[in-house]
Design a binder for this molecule. Structure first.
Ligand code: F6P
Length: 326
């Protein structure tokens, strides 16, 4: 196994608060250990086009508190092609980069796994996505901040919902995962969460009505996870208008507000620990793994496992939500 002297670093896919804290941690831990760091701009796109500069410790000063990613990010269709990945490999050779740390979500890690096996290149992945949909880690970088953004918004919507005695369907992000909706609902005291994980098993709207929601309340808030499987908040609002016209319904789609903002302490600490661990793992000769957090310990999961498995929703959380919404 050849010695690693230079680490390449990129962020890819949807940005997430805390990515900058991870960029800072990887950069500083690498330099601390006598390695060089090369920052790759715009994710895999920058790897293909060679948008790369060497980072010193001062390049990552004053960024731990910033949302977004100073490295910029992109969703890169070219990297999905053999030719695109070949060009990316040529860039790495030209730049004398010996290993990569990639920070991103499911798509980013899938790209990393394919690239690593195609070119026998050492990569460590860090889970950076607000969706929390990565198998093998209790939490992803950005998830806690997004949850806090959601509850802040829901608290505000509750004021008007209760004044007008309305039913609000609030759509949150998550792509095809219900973590933001479910835990957002628990943390904001919402009546229910409509999530894709159980969308085909039960009619979640009928369930809501059957459980007598709104009987003893003058307003109701339901968090809906965006997803083709749930149909989103508009779909449920339309259904209520048709099937239960006695309710005064409104829809709020929180959208990209969930991706912004200064990261919470939890996300900053998680990102810092994972970033430092990524450098240590590469120095220790580990390759093609995702680093995550499990029971407050940093753990490593092979790419193949992290990507193949869907992260399950804890049914206990659904039960608690139901119990507490009476
Ligand atoms: O993966 C993060 C995420 O914010 C998802 O929750 C959402 O479905 C998607 O990205 C939106 O992506 P874009 O910003 O490219 O429209």
């Amino acid at each position: 196994m050849s010695e690693i002297k230079t680490i390449g670093l990129l962020t890819s896919g949807g940005d997430a608060p805390g990515m900058n804290a991870a960029v800072r941690a990887v950069t500083r831990a690498a330099i601390y250990n006598g390695l060089k760091v090369k920052a790759i701009y715009r994710g895999y796109k920058g790897l293909i086009t060679g948008e790369i500069i060497e980072f010193k410790t001062q390049n990552v000063s004053n960024i731990i508190q910033q949302g977004g990613t100073i490295l910029k990010t992109a969703r890169c269709a070219e990297f999905r092609t053999v030719e695109g990945r070949k060009q990316a490999y040529e860039t790495l050779i030209r730049e004398e980069i010996d290993a990569l740390v990639v920070i991103g979500g499911d798509g980013t890690l899938t790209g990393a796994r394919i690239f690593a096996s195609e070119h026998n290149f050492p990569i460590v992945g860090l889970p950076g996505t607000i969706d929390n949909d990565i198998f093998g880690t209790d939490s992803t970088i950005g998830y806690d901040t997004a949850l806090n953004t959601i509850i802040e918004a829901v608290d505000k919507i509750r004021d008007t919902a209760s004044s007008h005695e309305r039913l609000f369907f609030i759509e949150v992000m998550g792509r095809d995962a219900g973590f933001l909706a479910l835990n957002g609902a628990l943390a904001s005291g919402a009546e229910a969460a409509i999530i894709p994980e159980i969308a085909t098993e039960v009619d979640q709207l009928e369930d809501l009505i059957k459980n007598g929601f709104r009987k003893s309340k003058n307003s109701s808030i339901v968090l809906v996870a965006e997803s083709e499987l749930t149909g989103g908040a508009m779909h449920y609002a339309d259904r209520v208008k048709n099937e239960y016209p006695e309710y005064d319904v409104r829809v709020v789609i929180l959208g990209h507000i969930q991706r912004g903002g200064s990261p919470t302490a939890y996300d900053r600490i998680l990102a810092s620990r994972l970033g430092a661990a990524a450098v240590e793992s590469l120095i220790d000769g580990q390759r093609n793994i995702l680093l995550g957090i499990d029971d407050d310990q940093i753990v490593s999961v092979p790419f193949s496992k992290a990507i193949k498995n869907d992260k399950p929703i804890d049914p206990e959380l659904l039960k608690v939500l139901k119990v507490l919404s009476i």
